[in-house]
Design a protein around this ligand. Structure first.
Ligand code: NAD
Length: 484
């Protein structure tokens, strides 16, 4: 098998296997062929990973931030040097077109390693004068062993978005990739070692939800960062609460994208395409409820369908292809179920809606118009290439409807009215908002959700606060006054 790694897990600087674990077949979504066979972690493997991380963490935290940062930046350089090889692996793991993986996966992971590596030397506490000579100083400390649990849509990126800030702060991480896309996190672990990271500070264990649960509940673990669905988030957050652990929850969404009459129509259509069909729609922050003001509706739908005629669906390894298969047969069937529900509940199918007659898990990009707020496709996260276009008339009306969801991950607005743009964004109940663009996530900017879409933020300087805590030291320069 072409993409078979040396072994399933990477612990303490080396590949480790335990064939007693449940098999995990890695399937290339473009063909359905098995490209690697791994094994879920047994309790012994989980134990090995946590013991190694616990042992390595103290010495790692005792290094200077600059030394830690240098290793992360070196890892970023190695990832960039190997971008093509890593992208080919990512394409086989996820089915995403090479055209995308070359610019959005290892490159985004490298950005995180570089950014947090650069911050390494500046992670400090502060000095707080109190008058009369007394003062407080704070010490920024690592949390200890952190667990990262990933989803399957951006495996390399997620492994690095969690690993880089954790390691920069002096933590060790045990990372469990999604069982659907387990291959690329192993490469991240290998590259960190090659960059000079001490053994054990970034271990990777494979497995299904039970392995994730075993990691989350272990008393040695201080923090859990999950990227996944809301139902999984609920379970993981509750389990972490038992041990009063820190959490970051990056969960699902059903984000609104509002297009006003005065918007630049080409840009709005581009935003809707990026926000619904990139990675075959398997992006958490997608703007899947596209509210289009009545005056521009027909023109918007016409341009959208014209532009969708240019989509190039096919072999994801062909760099001209810009739309690949779904990650798995199961996910494809979930999405097809939603398409049927959309039709049954009265939405008007204006584009796509079918599986392609070829090997692999290919769906057409799909657009429904005349969608109403009560329809299932307008309420539930589909996580596939299905855009719902909804009509609206006034700003007040659309804001109420846009926010009428339990999710709050992202939201976007297209308009040429400057004051309206900022007013609308101020009214959005969402963690990540866009004006006249959609779905960009640079490492310098905080990323995360409100409401049921999550807790905490990834990326930016804010992520540091989620992977470290402050120790407060009160220093008295005076005699101690006691009442008796
Ligand atoms: P999922 O919730 O099924 O699984 C996520 C991860 O959690 C997997 O690694 C899985 O093995 C693990 N897991 C499952 N049960 C667990 C348990 N009880 N304890 C510990 N770990 C457990 O999600 P998925 O299908 O892999 O990914 C799709 C979802 O992820 C979508 O809802 C999407 O919106 C979300 N997502 C969010 C972001 C974000 O940044 N907000 C990014 C990507 C994906």
């Amino acid at each position: 098998m072409k993409f078979q790694p040396e072994a399933s897990h990477f612990i303490d600087g080396a590949y480790v296997e335990d064939t007693a674990g449940t098999p995990i077949d890695v399937i290339y979504p473009a063909t359905g062929e098995v490209i690697a066979r791994l094994h879920s972690a047994t309790p012994q493997i989980v134990e090995q990973a946590l013991t190694s991380a616990k042992r390595a963490q103290k010495a790692w935290a005792a290094m200077t931030g600059t030394e830690r940062g240098r290793i992360l930046r070196r890892a970023a350089d190695i990832m960039r040097d190997r971008n093509r090889e890593l992208s080919i692996l990512e394409t086989h793991d996820t089915g995403k077109p090479l055209q995308e993986t070359l610019v959005a996966d290892a490159t985004s992971g490298a950005d995180a390693l570089e950014y947090f590596g650069g911050l390494g030397g500046s992670l400090t506490g502060e000095h707080i004068p109190l008058g009369g000579g007394d003062f407080v100083y704070t010490i920024r400390e690592a949390l200890g062993v952190c667990v990262g649990i990933g989803a399957w849509n951006y495996p390399t990126q997620i492994a690095c978005w969690k690993g880089a800030p954790a390691l920069a702060c002096g933590n060790a991480m045990v990372f469990k990739p999604s069982e659907t896309t387990p291959l690329s996190a192993l490469k991240v672990a290998e590259i960190l070692i090659e960059a000079g990271a001490p053994k054990g500070i970034y271990n990777v264990v494979q497995g299904y939800g039970d392995v994730g649960a075993a990691l989350v509940t272990d008393p040695r673990v201080a923090k859990v960062s999950l990227t996944g669905s809301v139902p999984t988030g609920r379970k993981v957050y509750a389990a972490a609460a038992e041990g009063m652990k820190h959490v970051t929850m990056e969960l699902g969404g059903k984000s609104p994208l509002i297009v006003f009459d005065d918007a630049d129509i080409e840009n709005a259509v581009s935003g809707a395409i990026l926000g619904n069909f990139y990675s075959s729609g398997q992006v958490c922050s997608n703007g899947t409820r596209v509210f289009v003001q009545k005056g521009i509706k027909e023109a918007f739908l016409t341009r959208l369908t014209e532009r969708l005629a240019n989509v190039k669906i096919g072999d994801p390894m062909d760099e001209a292809v810009n739309f690949g298969p779904m990650v798995s047969e199961a996910q494809m069937n979930i999405v097809l179920g939603y398409v049927e529900k959309g039709k049954a509940e009265g939405a008007r199918l204006v584009h796509g809606g079918a599986r392609l007659d070829r090997a692999g898990f290919y769906l057409q990009p799909t657009v429904f118009a005349d969608v109403t707020d009560d329809m299932t496709i307008a309420r539930e996260e589909i996580f596939g290439p299905v855009m719902s276009v909804l009509d609206f008339e006034t700003e007040d009306e659309v804001m109420t409807r846009a926010n009428a969801t339990e999710f709050g991950l992202a939201a976007g607005v297209f308009t040429n009215d400057l004051t309206r743009a900022h007013r609308v964004v101020a009214g959005f109940e969402a963690g990540t908002c866009y004006i006249n663009t959609y779905n960009l996530a640079p490492v310098e900017a905080p990323f995360g959700g409100s409401k049921m879409s999550g807790v905490g933020r990834e990326n930016s300087k804010l992520a540091i606060n989620h992977f470290s805590e402050m120790k407060t030291v009160y220093v008295s320069m005076n005699d101690v006054e006691a009442p008796y």
